[in-house]
Design a binder for this molecule. Structure first.
Ligand SMILES: Nc1ncnc2c1ncn2[C@@H]1O[C@H](COP(=O)(O)OP(=O)(O)O)[C@@H](O)[C@H]1O
Ligand SMILES: [Mg+2]
Length: 301
């Protein structure tokens, strides 16, 4: 497996506070990597360390197999496009003027710039002042600025923050198109649903630590769906086994978490033994949200 980004024991401390702790990121080439975590979990700090904007307290960053250091930094950063924090465009200039600045700064061809503008579907907006853009348009111009140098890797910090559902969907589509075109995309969010279905690999951060990293499929495999039992007296049923099991009432049903097949059979049997009618037993459908709640033990995103 070749990784576009890998970090070894990457950590950042501010004073006595550890903000990022012992992170071993593995971002495979060609994927959309969803970097998830609640606000304050260390996503931006990690991305800034990847981009050499923040100096790690310890640990290493490898980009395309090469260690990021003073000798390699310039070359490696030349292959990475990024959008960190608020969109970068100058408000008093038009979209086109902003792109021309980037073109001169990075010594790009007009074609490279046009292509980036085309990719983010902003061609019709280029003669407007950026201050008159919607937030979604500003984000897309920011992504065009990051894309113009045709990077192999794009690092986007919460690009969907503050966007309406239509704007979020546009960014999702854009990320999928980019991945199809061979650009590896690392994108952060504190909202699961914003990158659910876009990201093929997920890294989940909580309190500066990686609590899960892998494919969506692996994430679901790591967690057992809840068992739902529809019965005549869920309150009574719950009182039978509540000491031993992780159960709660859900409407007219009993909901049991982290329970295997053997225990499910025993529970049903003891319910029937206690004179409770059991109408149905099923495994819950799990959303990514449920799985995340399992992992963080209810901490939530
Ligand atoms: N320059 C800094 N000095 C001190 N603390 C910081 C600094 N930057 C970030 N932090 C702290 O580090 C934690 C993680 O922040 P951040 O990386 O921005 O998280 P996220 O992007 O996931 O919201 C927060 O508690 C934040 O207050
Ligand atoms: Mg952040």
């Amino acid at each position: 497996m070749s990784y576009l980004i890998s970090t070894d024991h990457l950590s950042k401390k501010y004073g006595t506070g550890t903000v990022v702790n012992d992170l071993n990121l593995r971002v495979p080439q060609g994927c959309v990597y969803g970097f998830l975590g609640p606000n304050g979990s260390g996503k931006s700090t990690t991305m800034k360390m990847l981009l050499s904007l923040v100096k790690p307290t310890s640990g290493e960053v490898h980009i395309m197999g090469e260690p990021m250091n003073r000798g390699t930094r310039r070359k490696l950063l030349g292959r990475i496009g990024s959008l960190i924090e608020s969109p970068p465009g100058y408000g008093h200039l038009t979209g086109r003027e902003n792109m021309q600045l980037i073109q001169r700064l990075l010594n790009l061809t007009a074609r490279q710039v046009d292509q980036a503008v085309e990719t983010v579907r902003m061609r019709d907006q280029m003669d407007k002042k950026v201050s008159n853009y919607s937030l979604g348009m500003k984000q897309r111009l920011g992504i065009a600025m990051a894309l113009a140098k045709q990077p192999d890797l794009l690092i986007l910090d919460e690009p969907t923050n503050g966007l309406d559902p239509a704007g979020i969907e546009e960014i999702r589509e854009l990320l999928r198109d980019l991945a199809t075109a061979g650009v590896t995309v690392m994108v952060s969010s504190h909202l699961l649903e914003e990158i659910d279905k876009t990201a093929t690999v997920l890294g989940i951060l909580s309190g500066g630590e990686m609590i899960f990293q892998g494919s969506r499929k692996e994430l679901f495999a790591a967690s057992t769906p809840d068992v739902i039992i529809d019965c005549s007296d869920p309150g009574h049923a719950l009182s039978l086994f509540n000491q031993d099991l992780d159960g709660r009432l859900a409407g007219e049903s009993v909901l049991l978490s982290n329970i295997n097949e053997r225990s499910t059979a025993q529970v049903v049997s003891s319910m029937v033994g206690a004179g409770i009618d059991v109408f149905g037993v099923r495994r819950d459908e799990q959303s990514l949200e449920d799985v995340f709640m399992d992992l963080t033990k209810g901490g939530g995103l």
